[in-house]
Design a protein. Structure first.
Lengths: 221, 117
């Protein structure tokens, strides 16, 4: 792929993303915030633990809700980035194929301080495997809580939703056609049949060296 | 002074007429936080020296190393202008305090940007 990850990370870093007087960062046609990862992590993990203490059904619901937050983030943030002028200027000139869009958004994400995302495998329209070194979710968890039993599942919910979101934007919907990112489009991409769903296959909170994810079509899982 | 041609809604495309030519409104939407995004197509693309004509503007951020040179320019209290040099499409993110006169603000700013040097 012709995507130059280092050039993209360098360009995004050069945007000097700072909050305005309201604490919002207008960039990529979006409003970003410089958010405390610890704050989001603690809220997520305390919610998860409270649900796990109540039972399996509650834990499952909590995991779905936290992953859904990742879907919404992917749809609005990743989708917004892929429709932005910054994308047109920095990434679009490198893009030759639809798969390059995946590599491009992974490169942009690597400028955000969420850990080091690496594309481990991509079969167009089938599945996407992602590896994340030092994901901020696993980092925060391991600092504050003991290791988890693998049967409990991983804790990198935003990345799990994110990997599905990237595939839904590109292979279930078609972000390349510049759709409006509205509620009905979200519903079609993330709640309809044939959508991509993410799964965290390995998590550092289980002792894995890095976190590993896959997104596949829901109908063939 | 510029005038608005037509009455744009939040989804339609219309134009703003300025002494420098008609400006097509491509996107008009409100954001979380209350700002109003107005993406327009100018009659001609901007060059870096055009940015200096905007009164009250700060120093532009320019990604010269990007494959296409991207720029951002803040006019404090009014709007953030962003775009790519050589491209006719630019985006004004108009601050909440000026939202009600966003289109007039955009039209006036565009006219200044496009003035003959």
């Amino acid at each position: 792929m012709p995507i130059d990850q280092d050039a993209i990370v360098s360009a995004v870093a050069g945007l000097d993303l700072r909050g305005n007087e309201e604490g919002l960062i207008p960039a990529f046609g979006l409003y970003l915030t410089r958010h405390y990862a610890d704050y989001y992590n603690r809220a997520s993990f305390e919610y998860l633990h409270a649900a796990e203490n109540r039972g399996a059904a509650q834990a499952r619901d909590a995991r779905r809700a936290l992953t859904e937050a990742g879907h919404i983030c992917a749809f609005n943030t990743f989708g917004g980035i892929m429709l932005s002028q910054e994308w047109d200027a920095v990434v679009m000139p490198m893009i030759q194929t639809r798969e390059d869009w995946v590599a491009g958004i992974v490169a942009v994400i690597n400028a955000f301080g969420w850990g080091r995302w690496s594309l481990a495998g991509l079969r167009p329209n089938r599945d996407f495997e992602l590896i994340v070194d030092h994901s901020y979710e696993s980092e925060g968890y391991l600092r504050d809580y003991p290791r988890r039993d693998p049967e409990q599942g991983g804790v990198c919910f935003l990345a799990t939703g994110g990997v599905a979101g990237i595939m839904n934007l590109l292979y279930h919907g078609d972000i390349t056609q510049r759709p409006s990112l509205n509620e009905s489009y979200y519903t079609r991409l993330f709640q309809g049949t044939g959508r991509f769903v993410g799964e965290e296959l390995e998590c550092r909170t289980h002792g894995a060296p890095r976190c590993r994810f896959v997104a596949r079509r829901s109908e063939i899982r | 002074m510029t005038r608005m041609a037509g009455a744009p809604d939040m989804h339609g495309t219309t134009t703003l007429a300025t002494p420098a030519g008609d400006i097509a409104i491509l996107v008009l939407r409100d954001c979380f936080g209350g700002d109003r995004v107005v993406e327009v197509e100018l009659p001609e693309p901007l060059a870096e020296e055009d940015l200096a004509r905007l009164p009250g503007a700060g120093k532009p951020t320019v990604l010269r190393s990007a494959p296409r040179p991207f720029f951002r320019l803040e006019v404090p209290g009014a709007f953030l202008l962003s775009g790519v040099f050589g491209d006719r499409r630019v985006r004004f993110t108009v601050r909440l305090a000026r939202r009600d006169d966003a289109l007039q603000l955009v039209a006036d700013a565009a006219a200044r940007l496009l003035e003959a040097p």
